[in-house]
Design a protein around this ligand. Sequence first.
Ligand SMILES: Cc1cc2nc3c(=O)[nH]c(=O)nc-3n(C[C@H](O)[C@H](O)[C@H](O)COP(=O)(O)OP(=O)(O)OC[C@H]3O[C@@H](n4cnc5c(N)ncnc54)[C@H](O)[C@@H]3O)c2cc1C
Length: 608
Amino acid sequence: MASKLTGGSFLLKNTNIADVFIPEEFTEEQKMVYNTVKDFMLKEVHGLGIAKVAGLDAEKDKDLVMEIFKKASALGLCGVSVDEKYGGGGLDFNTALLFTEGLAGGFSFATTIGCQTSIGSLPITWYGTEEQKQKYLPGIASGEKGCSYCLTEPSAGSDANSGKTHAVLNAEGTHYIMNGQKMWITNGGFAEVFTVFAKIDKDEKLSAFIVEKDFGGISIGKEEKKMGIKASSTVQVFFNNVKIPKENLLGERGKGFNMALNILNSGRIKIAAGGVGGMKFGMDKTVEYCKTRIQFNKPIAEFGAMKQKLGIIAANLFAIEAGVYRVGADVDKKHDELLKNARLTDAVGQGTSPNEAKINSMREYAIECAILKVLGSEAMCNTGDEAIQIFGGMGYSMETGVEMAYRDARITKIYEGTNEINRMLTLAEFYKRSFVTKELKMGDAKSFIPSTILKNFNPFSGGGFLETEFEFVNNLKAIFLIITGAAGAKLKEKLVDEQEIVMNLADILSMAFVTESAFLRVKKLSEKPGMNKAELEVKTKMAQLYLYDALDVVRKSANNAIDSYAKGAEKASLKYLMRRMLRSYNINPKDVRRQVADYMLEKNGYNF
Ligand SMILES: Cc1cc2nc3c(=O)[nH]c(=O)nc-3n(C[C@H](O)[C@H](O)[C@H](O)COP(=O)(O)OP(=O)(O)OC[C@H]3O[C@@H](n4cnc5c(N)ncnc54)[C@H](O)[C@@H]3O)c2cc1C
């Protein structure tokens, strides 16, 4: 039977709410994981006082940073993604995302733990042999050994496969000898174990190695002086004839680049999860300030201009949160499905190994992970910017910590693949899955698009709860499919060079996915017995606000794309169709934003 769990398939069908996980369904146990890490960050990092935290520096304050790292290790925070068998917490992926959200109050220290539990340890967790896991994972899980992921080089950033670091097998065939240089390595200042991507001999593709600092020949550069995440260690790492036992080759020779990308899929959605945490933290702080700062004899919370900002932050937060945990649960379900199939086929020796189940379940959702990385990082940066604006001059002062949050957030648009690369990847993955691997059945779109277009020549039905909204969601999907199909037919392989159009298309696809996630969340909530009416109302409003703004993004992106490649009759008919499908959405955005903001003010933040 064909799997229902196919990444990108949201585009070609209506998703059933029964198949969607929503954040309101987290169990008490999962919430406990979240509260443990959140409380730790508030006590051990935030508790140092903002002035102290804002001044922390990875070089100067290394001892303090290491002391917090040790305390986090003692609490088990360093091993959450490592299997229990090797001393870790063995969290499923969605709980690991919730854990990442909980890190947010730790400012740059969140990056330290984030790296240890994600890109630092996942290469061995997902690709290691039993011996490699037994040797390295217990130390990583206990925090005794810091770990790093070394892909980027001075001349190889986005073009990561072009790295010059190389390894050759020695004459005895016992060791690889590695030479080269890596740059921007998080946790590199204290790591003991490095996953290093390098080319063997004259290979065109990267391989991966587990490299211990104690192998000798490794030198570590000075801590980089950065715009933000200053307490997070970021260094260059130099390899000078480093002797690596040949059994430390990780995974297969020449498969390192695929491995690097898969690890980044997980890192990408974790950026969005961290963004959700950051936005919640930002919302709580801005709400508090809005209520206490008096100007013109009243709290600034009473000004519409401030409510507008709170409303926008809340809507972004709600929708991205819906997308993140929807995908996190899908990854877990896919993982379980792959393992189950493996058990069924193991008898004939064709099973999926536990490693492959982890890798392939993540790879399945590459489109969604890239979408969420882009939107999550941009929403978080926007929140930081607006938080400074709400705090006015005090936001610009180092005293409040708001400027630090703004600076810390900025890196998320750059690492784990820049947002430009992730937008391109969104579309490239869509094409690959549709036309090369054919995992996405484009035939399904043939029934989906005409029914959507047909509806647009009748008034919106608009009768039932959220009916209009789901029609809009379908229109967003159809617009993506129509313009992408038409642009692809006209430009063929030249489309990849028309990056501006690719960016426009990625933005339309992203809006379709996250808007749908927001409304699926509301719809599912509306069917939950005993759902609090006021909460449901405000959540519905946040989803509506997200749609309202998404329609503007899509109008602009679709116009840009069409005007950039189409001409004459084709252009006229695409524009006509677009106008019909993106008709005005009949809500009063000012009133709805005010209502959402008032709820946030009443509850002292995004507290559900
Ligand atoms: C604080 C920090 C921590 C980091 N941690 C790690 C780590 O732990 N491990 C690690 O391996 N790396 C790490 N990185 C590196 C990070 O992943 C890279 O900086 C990132 O991938 C971008 O590479 P680059 O800086 O070389 O930029 P470049 O690749 O030079 O990009 C410059 C600009 O050109 C654009 N661009 C590049 N190629 C294209 C293209 N084909 N089409 C269109 N536009 C393009 C980019 O989007 C960007 O806007 C870290 C970086 C920082 C700053």
